[in-house]
Write a protein that binds this ligand. Structure first.
Ligand SMILES: Nc1ncnc2c1ncn2[C@@H]1O[C@H](COP(=O)(O)OP(=O)(O)OP(=O)(O)O)[C@@H](O)[C@H]1O
Ligand SMILES: [Mg+2]
Length: 319
């Protein structure tokens, strides 16, 4: 396959040609204009942070600050200090006042990444900030008014976290006024191929090696792979190929071992796929290989066109 510039709709760095993602973007555009708290769910590497930034850029708050915090990387005390800040003399060593993220994001957007990992005792304090739109810095006594729009992200099913008493239900409802789900790469028809073009073009600009094409068997294995690490993994695979290979064509032996292997497909839980799941994946792969041409995809899959249509409806793969 020859590498060609793609006609992507440019959307704040989110590259996609897939109908699933176009539907997703329409929703995102609509909710961006509101003040609603948004919870972005999706597997690792699907672009949750990219989407959070896009929402901010599309919102009336775009000219104000976007602040992000990864709730998984702090201890409870450190996270509290990041969020609330502290007054001078709040504790030994607090020689001057320090603004927290609630204050810094005033008027703008605060992105709570990995929100499921917030410790329970902090969850109730965060809930209060959401309810009252004010907070008290550590060591302080006077509440400070803030106007912050919250966007959160998680790869977990927060419902289950609630059921297992690890996440407060009332906080879930506050954060998830609008839930949005970013589909995994393997469900985005046409995107593996589209992104391969885009990343090769990007690396051609940055690296000495100039890639003009991808061999048929290499493309085939890229299209059939399950991409557990999603777009981040795809980008890394192309970078790997640039690094280990040479010449104008990326060949199969320049792809990392997991793409060359014959290991049976498993999902993230290490579970074997059900027949329906494998069928859905074969259909997505066939549509990708035929650039969405349904008659050709049906013949690749060995099914009639009407069967393919029925299954497209059943698996919600239609635009
Ligand atoms: N549709 C896309 N087009 C181009 N680049 C993308 C797209 N989606 C994600 N990326 C890139 O992939 C990488 C991972 O995206 P991001 O960090 O937003 O994912 P994430 O869902 O937050 O992952 P994690 O759960 O691991 O934090 C980033 O480099 C991002 O720029
Ligand atoms: Mg992230």
């Amino acid at each position: 396959m020859k590498i060609q510039q793609q006609n992507f709709e440019s959307f704040y760095g989110v590259l996609t040609v897939s109908p699933q993602m176009h539907r997703f973007m329409e929703l995102v555009k609509r909710v961006s204009r509101t003040e609603a708290s948004i919870l972005v769910r999706g597997e690792t590497g699907t672009g949750k942070e990219l989407i959070a930034r896009a929402i901010h850029q599309l919102s009336p708050r775009a000219h104000k600050g976007f602040r992000a915090v990864n709730c998984a990387t702090f201890t409870s005390e450190m996270l509290a200090s990041e969020l609330f800040g502290h007054v001078k003399g709040a504790f030994t060593g607090a020689v001057r006042e320090r603004k927290g993220l609630f204050a810094l994001a005033d008027g703008g957007t605060l992105f709570l990444d990995e929100v499921a990992e917030i410790p329970l005792e902090l969850q109730s304090r965060l809930l209060r900030v959401l309810q009252e739109q004010s907070f008290v810095p550590l060591g302080g006594s006077v509440p400070v008014k803030v106007n912050v729009r919250f966007i959160s992200a998680t790869h977990r099913a927060l419902r289950r976290e609630v059921e297992e008493n690890r996440f407060r239900e009332d906080l879930l409802y506050r954060l998830r006024v609008v839930p949005v789900f970013l589909p995994p790469l393997r469900d985005r028809v046409g995107d593996v191929e589209g992104l391969v073009h885009a990343f090769v073009i990007r690396f051609n600009e940055a690296m000495e090696r100039q890639v003009e094409s991808i061999s048929d068997d290499a493309l085939e294995s890229l299209l059939l792979y399950r991409w557990p690490g999603n777009i981040r993994e795809l980008r890394n695979v192309i970078e790997y190929a640039f690094a280990v290979g040479e010449g104008p064509e990326i060949s199969l032996d320049e792809l990392p071992p997991e793409l060359r292997g014959e290991a049976p497909p498993e999902d993230d839980l290490g579970r074997k796929l059900t027949i329906k799941e494998s069928e859905r994946e074969s259909i997505v792969a066939a549509l990708s290989r035929t650039h969405g041409h349904k008659a050709q995809a049906a013949s690749l899959l060995g099914m009639s066109r009407s069967t393919l249509w029925r299954k497209l409806r059943e698996y919600q793969l239609l635009v």
